[in-house]
Ligand binder design. Sequence first.
Ligand code: SIN
Length: 498
Amino acid sequence: MNNEIPPSARLEKLRKNGLLIEKAFFCGSWQSASTGKCLEIFNPANGLKIASVPSLGKEETEQAILYAHNALQDWQKVPAAKKANLLRKWANLMMENAEDLAFLLTCEQGKPLHEAKAEILYGAGYIEWFAEEAKRIYGETIPSLNSDQRIVILKQPIGVCAAITPWNFPNAMAARKVAPALAAGCSTLLRPSSYTPLSALAMAVLAEKAGIPPGVFSVLTGSTEDVAATLLDHPLVRKITFTGSTETGKELLRRSAATVKKVTLELGGNAPFLVFEDADLHKAVEGILASKFRNCGQTCVCANRIFAQRPIAAQLSQMLANAASKLRVGNGLEEGVQLGPLIGPWAVEKVLDLLQDATNKGAKILCGGKKHPLGANFFEPTVLLNCSNNMRIAREEIFGPVAPIIVFDTEEEVISLANDTPYGLAAYFYTRDLGRAWRVAEALQTGMAGINTGIISNPTVPFGGVKESGFGLEGGRQGLDEFLITKYLCFAGIDPKN
Ligand code: SIN
């Protein structure tokens, strides 16, 4: 283990110092569910129970919404510099507590400790970024058609927001949604995944410590039916921001329609990763490893299909299989581990199912291909050759450590294959030909593309997809707009002569 102290003792220590908290945070205080109902949280690496958190009901969620609505009345008037200061304090506290937050994240989510630490810094980076952007919410003036009028455009907070976040990035996805909402002057209710609520609660502990006023940021733990559905249905919630599957996103969109909420959806992906014959193959393999095996393949932007141009396909496949088979699988708390467990046995079953379909249709396993002997949630890093774009493994999000390789001949062919999916989140390609780089970047139907890199996420850029991968942007200066309304003011009666 990375730390001398055994994990159970370290969790106990975090419980004592308040970073591991087993209450929800709403109506300005830390509360249990009125029914006493709880959700139990387990470590996916060993199945041990870590903690339990309240399973709140519909009524408590409604109370939280009303309280957030009241808090909004003052928060929206707080000057930008003061909001920025509070957000910055929050980001600093996250960075100061990065070791403990990372430990907690690995315990509930499973990713290796170094990745968990990177996620905490990534999350804090969003808060820091939006602390600055809070100061740059600019309006506009428009030359009027008439000398008697002046036209002004104001940006104002949209209102109470609800953020619904996934288990794969329990800290960063919350930060990416809550920070811009708060910076825009909105109060925000966060409903974290029931697999990984502890990181979100720890963030709220630090937000409170930073001085974010009561009701401005709440964390509501509980079921989809009681908490998420109430947030979706409530007329005072004016904005929903969600990261998760396309299937759930569609349901959420339908449900938000009843109260015509503004919605941001960051949904599933099926990222193509193209390697052209002129690419630097060593760099391409590094890029595939980074993109495919980050968080054990459980990211929306993971390479889901590797396209290799025929002249280099055999060499690239072998290089990738050699590198992948050396990745160290294990409990994320152990030193040197590169792949942790998947989130649950159902995730392993899905990977096995896709693999079975692929091998039945002719895919060849170059390495891995089985559950890992370490336990129910572990899977071997796997590379598959002879895949085709119509196998299920190339049509569905794998969300596991499996890299299917598809061989292609021409640029035109691979663009058409890459775009032949309802998804459009991220894409990656490796080439040293500048003309091709532009052509391919422009032709790919995705919201983001990495050219000669396998990692594209950072707080300064607009993260988001097209097609069934969703709409709306997170991060960058664009991320703030999602939480603002644009109000047009027409001042008349200015020129008494007209
Ligand atoms: C995701 O998988 O949804 C987010 C990944 C990232 O921010 O890089």
